[in-house]
Design a protein around this ligand. Sequence first.
Ligand SMILES: Cc1cc2nc3c(=O)[nH]c(=O)nc-3n(C[C@H](O)[C@H](O)[C@H](O)COP(=O)(O)O)c2cc1C
Length: 241
Amino acid sequence: MTQITQQNWPAFQALNRHRRAIRKFNTASIADEDIQELLVEAMLAPSSGNLQPYQLHWIRNTDLKAEVAKACHGQQAASTAAEIVVISASAAIAKHTVAEQLAYVEASTSLESKSKAYYRKQLGMFNKVLGIGASAIWMPLIYIASLIRPSLSLLPVGSIGSRNWAARNAMFAAQTIMLAAASKGIDSCPMEGFSASKITKLLNLPRGTVIPIVIALGYRASDARVETQWRRKLSDALITH
Ligand SMILES: Cc1cc2nc3c(=O)[nH]c(=O)nc-3n(C[C@H](O)[C@H](O)[C@H](O)COP(=O)(O)O)c2cc1C
């Protein structure tokens, strides 16, 4: 182990164990700079083709925040949260990133021509898949094909496949936010218990956009219920080959 990993490992373990789904927050507010910093780190999350097919909605308006909390089926995590971040995802966002990334590649003076050729090819492929490939017409075909080869159902093909692909990618950014928050002593609760149609309407999200997760952030209340963290045994999940 290098010196840096020796120092980082206990810190990582501590924050990974500090991150719990907290469902009741106290009334302390979170500094804007802290939220800003979490979101900056979230943007460093990995994504397929580096297409970052998501947007991070920091709900700063008090009235809107109350409405969003209500749309989280009134969950206490949301109603007591100091801050709420809604993550939205879509193939359209990824398509936009393709264009942005291509412009970056073309303008770059540091990328070698070999790298530029690689990115042009990869981005061109994604552009096709996310363009014509995202159309609903492929869905019957991909459904039948995935009966034979199940992994095909994970491809960003067809409108449902591309939304699932975008949502899957967004979860890495979500986890980054929660671990980054834990490292600042800020608690969080990921939530999928919400009315997607209500939040879509509240945030005026375009058609084809999905909301993979809503994250409540705050500082745990002294009477928040934090039970012993139960997990399956690693031996149940781990298969060595
Ligand atoms: C995708 C996802 C959706 C979740 N939705 C909710 C939710 O709507 N409400 C809630 O209280 N907890 C929710 N959770 C939190 C889980 O219940 C929690 O992570 C799990 O019980 C393990 O507890 P821990 O995170 O404290 O280790 C969600 C977690 C994930 C990853």
